[in-house]
Design a protein around this ligand. Structure first.
Ligand code: XMP
Length: 535
């Protein structure tokens, strides 16, 4: 018999009053694939939250209906390996351990391992021993191919568990507890090469965790609004940092809905590294939304501080600091009677992952200006209503809020703007060259009806000069790169393939119209191995 204990009441009374998303909690033990687990589940319509493995408590902002323990680079036999937090097995919440996560579970219940022998990397055939695990059904239609990546393997099954599957190399590939709702998988269902991995994750979420797909999305707006209200309280005031992009606009609308327009001031900083016409365009969008927007001209501050800086991470840190200084200066100056308590930002989950801002053990790819680029000390508390969502989810949310599709489907544009697309030292003159090339590229995409077929496009200016010939004259000018990619959440991206004449014709227009550029290249690299932005 399986015990179905009532869900633990681990939430405070105040939290219980709110509607919290029913979610799967992912504990990150440092695997490169952790974000794929959440991405896969979200695509299936389930809400997830990822926290570092050393998290000491169940998070209070979601109702945890299931727990997934990710893989990781450690080995359970190592002394300083990450361990299983005690609370994971305390509440009888359905739990799925993947690779290292499975080994932690097995170790906890007294299993034994062998190291180094029977290592498996890559595709492997998995043979299920039973059609029905106590809580989920293994379908005949599932592919047997799953992806393995392990050195250690289970040699002695822990007490209370049975083997559910073995691999073609006779390694124990899956185990389940006969009484408690716990499954362990030696393979990775979250990677694309595990052909029926999605089905397996779906069964865990639906059959074991009793979640209904898409259910979370319908109530998401209300949940975010409630959580903003709790966070800000009755008195707090928010200075909302607006960039003109989808994320900060959706955040601004959610904040005004939650606490009223009087308590939210939307401020945009003109740092001089925007696209041509950007400020006017964003003013127009905000006036259509009926939300007041103040634009601060801080071009000279940014250019002064970035003078002589060419290291990309240094640029990001300076830009992050500069943003905060400008916002705090504005908040202090305009706050005679009541003070601002919070700084609102449109930070997304993907920004957090790549900046390793939640300390989940993944590598810092870049210091996103909203996350790793922020100074250590802030006078204002941060409020980031979208911090748990990916871009495609934010667009859906924006649609529910009635934001125009023109605004929602704008290409993403980084907060540090052309500052990170201008490689090397930043000068106002070079920014102007880049702005003009970028404007031609984007205009041509729109004219050719290609703008909305691309996830993101833009121009980059390299600090490389080369020889050309124009009107019988030798030229020695800069190199411009065009970048266009297709993606769904910016964690991976493929290169956009354009109709035959589009790129050569664009290159001709740029070189003819922009003094300072005599050569145009197109970036053919996907993400990974490259990132979308150059910097
Ligand atoms: P990468 O270059 O990491 O970019 O592949 C992924 C997505 O994030 C955007 N990006 C940023 N957006 N502030 C932002 O608001 C930043 O500092 C930043 N850095 C990258 C990038 O344009 C792409 O859509």
């Amino acid at each position: 018999m399986i015990e179905f204990l009532p869900r633990p009441n681990f939430l405070t009374e105040e939290h219980v009053k709110l509607t919290k998303p029913h979610a799967i909690l992912i504990l990150d033990f440092g695997s490169q694939y952790t974000y794929l687990i959440s991405k896969c589940l979200r695509e299936l319509g389930f809400f997830t939250k990822t926290v570092p493995a050393h998290q000491s408590l169940l998070p209070a902002d979601i109702t945890v209906c299931g727990i997934i323990l990710s893989g990781g680079p450690d080995s359970v036999s190592e002394q300083d390996a990450l361990s299983l937090p005690g609370w994971v097995t305390e509440f009888n919440i359905p739990t799925l351990g993947i690779c290292y996560g499975m080994q932690l579970i097995a170790n906890h219940f007294g299993g034994r391992f062998e190291s180094g022998k029977n290592r498996e990397f890559g595709a492997s055939q998995i043979y299920w021993q039973q059609k029905h695990l106590p809580y989920i059904t293994i379908s005949d239609s599932w592919s047997k191919q799953f992806w393995m990546s392990h050195s250690d393997h289970l040699s002695h099954i822990p007490k209370g568990f049975e083997v559910s599957a073995t691999s073609e190399n006779n390694v124990i590939a899956a185990i389940h507890h006969t009484q408690k709702q716990i499954i362990g998988l030696q393979f990775h269902p979250e990677v694309e090469h595990s052909k029926s991995g999605k089905e397996l994750l779906y069964s865990f979420a639906h059959q074991m965790c009793k979640l209904t797909p898409s259910e979370y999305f319908e109530s998401l707006t209300e949940q975010i609004i409630q959580s903003i209200k709790t966070n800000i309280g009755n008195q707090g005031k928010v200075l909302m940092a607006v960039s003109g992009g989808v994320d900060s606009t959706v955040s601004a609308v959610l904040l005004t809905k939650a606490i009223g327009k009087q308590r939210v001031s939307c401020v945009m900083i003109d740092h001089g590294m925007m696209r041509i016409g950007e400020i006017e365009q964003v003013k127009q969008y905000f006036s259509e939304l009926g939300v007041a927007l103040e634009v601060l001209d801080r071009r000279s501050v940014f250019f002064e501080r970035l003078h002589h800086i060419s290291n990309p991470e240094q640029k990001r840190k300076i830009i992050g600091q500069c943003f905060i200084d400008c916002f705090e200066e504005w908040a202090n100056a305009s706050n005679k009677d009541s003070s601002y308590s919070h700084l609102g930002q449109g930070t997304l989950y993907s920004d957090v992952i790549e900046s390793a801002g939640d300390g989940c053990g993944s590598q810092t790819i870049k210091s996103h200006h909203n996350v790793g680029g922020l100074p250590e000390k802030l006078q204002l508390s941060l409020i980031e209503p979208l911090r748990q969502l990916f871009k495609d989810e934010v667009r859906k949310l924006g649609k529910q809020l009635g934001i125009s599709s023109e605004l929602l489907n704008r290409h993403p544009f980084p907060g540090p703007g052309l500052g990170i697309r201008l490689i090397g030292k930043i000068t106002p003159e070079k920014i102007e060259i880049l702005q003009r090339a970028d404007e031609i590229f984007i205009r041509r995409l729109r004219d050719a009806n290609l703008y909305h077929k691309v996830w993101q496009a833009g121009a980059i200016l390299l600090p490389v000069k080369s020889v050309g010939v124009m009107g019988d004259q030798r030229t020695y000018e800069w190199t411009c790169v065009l970048r266009a990619v297709n993606a769904t959440d910016a964690m991976t991206a493929s290169v956009t393939q354009f109709p035959e004449h589009f790129l050569p014709d664009t290159a001709v227009q740029i070189v003819n119209a922009v003094p300072g550029i005599n050569r145009v290249l197109y970036d053919l690299t996907s993400k990974p191995p490259a990132t979308i932005e150059w910097e």
